[in-house]
Design a protein around this ligand. Structure first.
Ligand code: 5RP
Length: 292
């Protein structure tokens, strides 16, 4: 029997102090359930409300992309600097150490390779497997204006329904086909559609004109993909402009893992995203780390 003699009789209910409700830092996410918010907090820093997602899922349609030939050698050393890893379940199970205890955003759509029509994707992961892998979110490609636009939207809405059942957020990834113009008008349409149809947050590309209207018109957080490799100073400038104009962070791949100094680059990106460090300072920071 439990020894109850030592339980003190005096209790303090702090009657003068109203119970507080900490505001949730992410735009449009205040009414989500606890599990969903908790998972999002494994992606976005509760302090800055932003994220540096390290995207290494390119192999799901591109094969061994430059920089990702040996993920164990090139990517695992970067894990300590990322807020979140975005990858496929194959890479997660075969290469990623399970001691990685930050958020994993699981690529959950796929099908065609770069050799075929890319928008012909299906859902590629069940929600049960995402839960088994302890995913913080699942990511699905949405091809607005693409040949299989409606199917890609249905892929997303099905995952949203399943995700809502278990508290798993869905990242809607806006993929822009080669024939489409990557401008603010297109990004406004694509991101808003993802949000309206239930994505908890949306990934898109930065556009140099009118990006603030893309973030303003999207009621949930937006993160930007890095896109093709560019000089480090330019990538840092793009990241700065994106967060300055309302993005909640980056989901960056090639501009980190194809950098001459990936560990220095990811740390410089963190400075920009979480501390709003101006790009010229961040570039100097990158150079100083690279020189060490
Ligand atoms: C591939 C993706 C990538 O995760 C995304 O494009 C980010 O990578 P990068 O910064 O290299 O563009 O969704 O479809």
């Amino acid at each position: 029997m439990a020894d109850t003699d030592s339980i003190p009789e005096t209790k303090e209910f702090h009657l003068g102090i109203p119970q507080t409700a900490e505001p949730f830092p992410l735009k449009g996410c205040h009414h989500l359930d606890w599990g969903m918010k908790n998972r999002l907090s494994h992606i976005f820093s509760p302090k800055s409300g932003r994220t540096v997602m390290l995207a290494v899922d390119h192999g799901y349609f591109m094969g061994p992309t430059s920089g990702l030939e040996r993920i164990d050698v090139t990517i695992n050393p970067l894990l300590g600097y990322a807020d979140t890893l975005m990858c496929t379940r194959g890479v997660l199970r075969s290469i990623t150490p399970p001691t990685f205890n930050k958020g994993v955003v699981l690529r959950a759509s796929g099908g065609p390779s770069i050799l075929k029509e890319l928008s012909d994707e299906n859902i590629a992961v069940s929600i049960e497997d995402a839960l088994r892998l302890n995913a913080a979110a699942v990511a699905v490609q949405v091809f607005i204006g693409g040949e299989f636009e409606t199917r890609s939207i249905h892929n997303m809405t099905r995952l949203v329904d399943e995700g809502n059942r278990y508290g798993v957020p869905v990242l809607g990834v806006t993929a822009v086909g080669k024939q489409l113009v990557r401008d603010a008008k297109y990004m406004r349409l694509a991101t808003r559609m993802c949000a309206e149809l239930g994505a908890a947050y949306v990934k898109t590309y930065f556009v140099s004109e009118g990006f603030e209207t893309v973030t303003a018109g999207c009621p949930v957080p937006i993160v930007i993909a890095g896109g093709k490799k560019m000089p480090e100073a330019e990538a840092l400038t793009m990241a700065f402009q994106a967060v300055d104009q309302g993005a909640a962070g980056v989901d960056m791949g090639r501009n980190i893992f194809q950098s001459e100094a990936p560990i220095a680059m990811i740390q410089a990106v963190r400075k920009v995203v979480h501390e709003h460090m101006p790009p010229n300072e961040a570039y100097e920071y990158y150079r100083s780390l690279k020189a060490k």
